[in-house]
Design a protein around this ligand. Structure first.
Ligand SMILES: [Zn+2]
Ligand SMILES: [Zn+2]
Length: 924
């Protein structure tokens, strides 16, 4: 699996070790861990006799909850029984009545962070990375969010452990302690305690708070994890410090990040064998009724209690665990598997389908792009399980049941139900289509017992769609080298035109360039002052009208005082003009800068068209369409979008029609700068089509009622200026990415004119009017077919007499009767001579047949050798040698050879040397 990892953002800080941090905080428990509640209610601090961790509880305990069995299974300690949704409703109303804003969930596809594919924790919603540092931006304070989180690192435990998921809901209680409405740890823990005791009715003596630490992103803090009857329900992290262990300071805005698993909250109130039983709503029941399985609560309950306890502490082999369990329970291994395996399968399928449902709803698809690989793996995993058990479920159907259940909590899911169904069906069919081939390849790998290299694994995946996860599950390999994922993502890095200029040294001190290139009524020229010239070719100005390469948009060209500007780039906030010569230029000098306005105009139209086409593709194809990369030049534009299949002609026409409708509508293109947080809230994360913007403000390009993106490029004022958009080519360039190439504005008109000219030529050749050219072409093709058919008939009828003359004209060239027939012809085509040669050599096994046929500017060579003559000379060899003489190349097999060359004047010479050449060969 490609792991979702939070990368360390700041290298400026020495990252503290967990041990040092623990020591730091545990040394002053009263200062860090003791909250008002502990004194008020009487929680005491204890040290675990097993692991030495410190924890707080009302009753005397020697061990921390890590060593405690799941006492709640079959015996829930709460006063209420709440299913998944109802649990959330209780949590929601509790925090709502305690002055918290309830935020809608953010997408599970994390578009606002470059370092993550998926939202892996609720706090990620509110983290933004600017210049390699993490900032917290809370849309309300305090707040609670039911955030679906997606993680692929524990996939092998999903469905088996009773509590692992690839997607789960983290109740995120988030608070900026030092902003308006903020609170700190006393109130936080007090609220969580109230939620457990007053709302869920849990006996306070069952609750334990365990001391822990947290660090990351140049900040760190301490945390209290809370447990009930052995189950960790939540973890309240108090991020208080920034810096390193020797030098740290209190943050100006301290952050509370309390995350609790909704699945676990529901589980503890229900006491079901696994948390899956209460999380997936009607899904498990529906699957059970289809298979006619019964939930053996007793065995399953004690089995999963057993598994949960063992898995909590160490990495345990599940098979070994089952062996231990059957011994203890005095049942047979087979009986246990009969009860447990189908449930493990159902849980896994339910989990994987739910994750796919969320990810597809939020605009991701199984592919090789971004996190799409993980989606494909779980999808194929679910399908493989279904297949193994012979169950006839449709994943799309299961996704529908999920949506039907979850819509009370996440109403937006219904909106995308059709899209989810479409993608699941396409991908399931793809899997079924390649299944047999996959199985046979896997079997042969197993049979050979060969070990596979990373390159082998890549090839298997790329060409046969066999994931290494599939190979593991079918027992063909034992483990997946980590290098596989690194290499795979390298292979599928989105394509950006690489202009990896090495940074130019010596401009750090210069003032930022004033950017005149955004101005709407762009002048053809402007004044500027030279600030610096580096390496005799890089000119830095105080201001410029020339757009530097960026955001997929090609740079402007122009001149400085008549000296050609070859390239324009931007380094941080300084624009660099590469000139053909710096003669006559010097720092301090006032200069005139001129722009090639026609080029700029075309690029601008192509750029705005890219936004329009992107939105057209999304509205035509589906919500999974995102810009994967884009390139806008003078002559054309290229847009790569995420999509599952090649485009059909109807789809291309649909996209083009929608785009041109926007052009005709002459919509205004509004460009404004917003605080990023406002832009995201007003326009959603769809604005990040071109990737995350690493700054506090974003420039929003808003094509009214059509498309809104964060973009730093140049744009037209109204869509009508574009005139016309014409898609001229599309191609599926890789799994999950489709490329559209198109022209706009004058380039589109040129294109249409060229097409029209070609059409004129065609209609001229066909002798038909342009309007009738298609009919006429169709007729010509039919005529050609008819002619061929007639020719064949003629050959068939005249063959006996032609054959006679061949046998008569053929010259015997060896003592054992080998004969040569050769002919040079300009009139009858090669089809004729192929029929002739084949029939003649079949009738006379001693015959060698050679035809040189004039064709346009060159000569075609056709050779046949009869069955007995073949022992002495091969048809391919003759064709090869003749073609060589004729200045070309040829070849073939024993019986038939072909080739040709362009030396028409050498035909006579070739024919006359033919006999000698063959005699030499057969005389060898
Ligand atoms: Zn312990
Ligand atoms: Zn753009």
């Amino acid at each position: 699996m490609i792991e979702t990892v939070i990368t360390p953002f700041s290298t400026a800080y020495k990252v503290l070790g967990k041990k040092e941090l623990s020591a730091l905080f545990s040394a002053s428990p009263d200062k860090y861990y003791k909250v008002a509640l502990f004194d008020k209610v009487g929680f005491h601090r204890h040290k675990c006799i097993h692991c030495g961790k410190f924890f707080w509880s009302l009753v005397d305990r020697t061990a921390c909850p890590d060593h405690e069995a799941y006492g709640f299974i079959g015996n829930p300690p709460t006063s209420k029984r709440l299913d998944y949704i109802d649990t959330w409703k209780e949590v929601e109303s509790f925090f709502d009545s305690n002055e918290h804003t309830i935020e809608n969930r953010y997408p599970v596809v994390c578009r606002w962070r470059d370092d993550l594919y998926y939202t892996i924790a609720s706090i990620v919603d509110f983290q933004r990375v600017v210049e390699n540092k993490v900032f917290f931006e809370l849309p309300a304070n305090p707040l609670v969010v039911p955030q679906m989180c997606v993680r692929f690192n524990d996939i092998e435990n999903v469905g088996l452990s009773g509590r692992h998921y690839t997607a789960f809901c983290m109740i995120g209680q988030t608070c900026d302690a030092d902003a308006e409405g903020g609170y700190w740890k006393d109130r936080c823990v007090d609220l969580d305690y109230q939620l457990l005791t007053k709302i869920l009715g849990i006996d306070p003596t069952a609750i334990t708070f365990v001391e822990d630490v947290w660090m990351g992103a140049g900040a760190f803090g301490y945390s209290l994890e809370y447990f009930v009857n052995g189950l960790e329900l939540g973890n309240a992290v108090f991020t208080e410090f920034e810096g390193n262990e020797n030098e740290y300071r209190t943050m100006k805005n301290r952050i509370i990040d309390m995350g609790a698993g909704l699945e676990r909250f529901s589980w503890i109130t229900m006491g079901t064998p696994t948390s899956y039983d209460c999380t997936f709503g009607p899904v498990i029941n529906e699957m059970m009724s289809k298979t006619g399985m019964m939930l053996d609560k007793e065995i399953l309950g004690s089995y999963f209690r057993f598994v949960s306890n063992a898995l909590e502490r160490t990495e345990v082999d599940l098979r070994a665990l089952k062996t231990r369990f059957v011994k203890e329970m005095k049942i047979s291994f087979e009986d246990l598997n009969k009860i447990v395996n189908p449930f493990e399968a159902m849980y896994t399928i339910a989990d994987h389908t739910r994750t796919l449902m969320f990810a597809i709803s939020d605009g991701s698809i199984p592919s090789n792009v971004g996190g799409g690989y993980n989606l494909r793996v779980i999808l194929r995993r679910a399908l493989a399980i279904l297949e193994r058990l012979g169950w006839k479920y449709d994943l799309a159907e299961i996704a529908d049941i999920h949506i039907g259940y979850l819509k009370r909590m996440y109403p937006e899911l219904e909106e995308h139900a059709n899209d989810v169904r479409t993608i699941l069906q396409i991908e399931s069919n793809r899997y079924l289509g390649s299944k047999e081939r996959m199985n046979s390849i896997t079997l042969s790998i197993k049979g050979k017992k060969q070990s596979l290299s990373v390159d082998d694994l890549l090839r298997l995946y790329e060409s046969d769609g066999i994931t290494p996860e599939y190979l593991i599950e079918s027992g063909a390999i034992e483990s997946i080298p980590q290098a596989f994922y690194a290499k795979l993502s390298e292979l599928h890095e989105s394509h950006h035109p690489s202009h990896n200029l090495k940074p130019i040294i010596g401009i750090e001190e210069l003032q930022p360039t004033r950017l005149l290139y955004y101005e709407h009524d762009l002048k053809t020229e402007s004044d500027a002052k030279i600030l610096a010239i580096l390496e005799n070719k890089y000119v830095i100005l105080d201001q410029t009208i020339l757009y530097p390469r960026g955001g997929g948009q090609e740079p402007d060209t122009g001149d400085i005082e008549g000296i050609k500007v070859l390239d324009v780039t931007k380094q941080n906030d300084i624009v660099i003009h590469k000139v053909s010569s710096s003669k006559g230029l010097s720092p301090g000098k006032k200069v005139r800068v001129r722009i090639n306005l026609r080029r700029r105009d075309l690029i601008t139209k192509h750029h705005t068209s890219t936004h329009i086409v992107n939105a057209s593709a999304r509205s035509t194809l589906g919500p999974w369409v995102w810009q994967n990369s884009a390139f806008k030049d003078e002559g054309y534009a290229r847009l790569d979008i995420t999509h599952h299949s090649s485009l059909t002609r109807e789809e291309i026409e649909g996209i083009e029609r929608a785009a041109n409708k926007v052009v005709r509508h002459d919509s205004p293109v509004l460009i404004n700068t917003f605080d990023r947080i406002d832009a995201e809230r007003n326009y959603s994360f769809r604005i990040y089509q071109g990737g995350v913007v690493p700054s506090g403000t974003v420039r929003i390009v808003n094509i009214k009622d059509w498309d809104i993106e964060a973009c730093g490029g140049t744009h037209v004022n109204r869509t009508g200026e574009i005139g016309l958009i014409k898609i001229f080519r599309t191609e599926r360039i890789q799994d999950g990415v489709v490329r559209l190439e198109f022209v706009a504005g004058e380039a589109a008109i040129d294109y249409v004119e060229r097409q029209d000219n070609q059409l004129n030529t065609i209609s001229h050749v066909l002798g038909a009017s342009k309007e009738k050219v298609v009919d006429s072409l169709r007729k010509s093709v039919e005529d050609a077919d008819e002619t061929k058919r007639k020719l064949k008939a003629i050959v068939r009828r005249t063959l006996p007499s032609v054959m006679n003359s061949i046998f008569k004209d053929a010259k015997v060239i060896s003592t054992d009767g080998i004969k040569l027939f050769s002919i040079h012809d300009e009139e009858l085509g090669e089809d004729y001579y192929i029929s002739l040669g084949e029939t003649a050599t079949q009738n006379d096994p001693y015959l060698i047949f050679v035809a040189l046929i004039g064709k346009g500017q060159g000569v075609r060579v056709i050779t046949f050798v009869g069955e007995l003559a073949r022992k002495r000379i091969k048809a391919g060899e003759i064709a090869q040698r003749l073609s060589l003489t004729l200045g070309g190349s040829g070849g073939g097999n024993d019986e038939f050879g072909q080739g040709g060359g362009k030396f028409k004047h050498k035909v006579r010479e070739t024919i006359s040397s033919l006999e000698e050449m063959i005699s030499q060969t057969i005389g060898r």
